[in-house]
Design a binder for this molecule. Sequence first.
Ligand code: FES
Ligand code: FES
Length: 128
Amino acid sequence: MAYSEKVVDHYENPRNVGSFDQNDPNVGSGMVGAPACGDVMRLQIKVNDNGIIEDAKFKTYGCGSAIASSSLVTEWIKGKSLDEAEAIKNTDIAKELALPPVKIHCSILAEDAIKAAIDDYKTKKGQR
Ligand code: FES
Ligand code: FES
């Protein structure tokens, strides 16, 4: 299967790989797994006092599309509010990366990881 140029670019030069201190009260972490293949993605957000995601990091143990999807969304969510980040759909990711149908679940993983990270952040802050 041929990967699109954008997938290869993010796979070879992933943006924002790494992690934040989970004990930082301004950090939210989302860890999700894909039942279809066993791949795992962790996405973390760092939120400033105005509710804006000022930084994001990820670690993905998975296929090229999963790595590209998480790399892409860390770029997308930086500078966004939690509501804006939560509105990102896997279809946006799949379209941007030109993912084939068998790789759609990789983009769903990224959408779910954003939501899980936001959820973790809000739980920490007592907003949920
Ligand atoms: Fe092989 Fe996900 S199925 S890496
Ligand atoms: Fe399972 Fe990509 S996340 S193949």
